[in-house]
Design a protein around this ligand. Sequence first.
Ligand SMILES: [Zn+2]
Length: 351
Amino acid sequence: MGLKQAIIRTGLEALYFSGSHRWLRPFVGGVGAILTLHHVRPRRHDGFQPNRLREVTPRFLEAAIKTIRRSGIELVSLDEMHRRLSTGDFARRFACLTFDDGYRDTLRLAYPILRRHGVPFAIYIPTSFPDRLGELWWLALEAVIARKERIGLVIDDEDRRFDCRTVKEKQNLFDALYWWLRGRKTEEELRHVIRDLAARYGVELRAFCDELCMSWAEIAELAADPLVTIGAHTVNHCMLKKLGDEAARSEMRESAAVLEAALGTRPRHFCDPFGDPASAGPREFAIAGELGFKTAVTARPGVVFAEHREHLMALPRVSLDGEYQQRRFLRVLLSGAGTAVWNGFRRVDAA
Ligand SMILES: [Zn+2]
């Protein structure tokens, strides 16, 4: 568990056991929440699963839906959320379920549950994934470290060697390299390192698309269901803030154009890849608005307040993934207390 996860988890536990999420709720609960999910699949048993914080089990998803509804919260589409925010219709609290990246398990494992319960949901597709040109570099990094006991890398012009024999060493090395890569100044630099690493250690960088992501035909199958909203998520799943103005705009504009060409409908909602303040900021929020999206979501943690009507291109989300996969945490997250503590009780974070 990373330090950040440990802090959040400890905080959530403290909030849960103190019961303070109940009395905090009127102050921090907002009008609703947008929930983030990635993979939905059965738990695997390998020791080294650094990307596990991006998955929940089908059972957890179903339990989450029931918990949300039992709490009197309505599960609504992004369009309906947009309508409520624009018109100030906050009679009932809402939650939107959003699935990032278009993994095949969204169709195979999540969709049957969502359909059975009549739950609207959104999927954000980076178009290079169904085009089979995408680089899911975080999975390539995991694969290299999983297969090897020692890897070499040039870091700051220095040849470095890293041992990764034990699960613990692998986990530590993944965390260090993942955040080092996320910290590169440009997306190009990150991609250059990962392509070189994948090539040297026999990992087929583009194979992850075929293995894990929906094809265009599978996406079209989902898109035909009125419960489903297909949203844009750039072409290449880049940290937009690290691109120049033209490149950032083109990633956003092209992804909408490609989705429209493939599915016949222009996507009205956008999601910033990675979505933390280092990946998306005011420039991206402005471009999303100029391109005519109705909403754009980030990964900045938080629930939605009426004030977000003025910040529809910088909406926060609450992560349902991974480390917090317990129903008692869900209640705290939905109360807004967890993310309010994280945000220092600031409501809107659009800077
Ligand atoms: Zn994504």
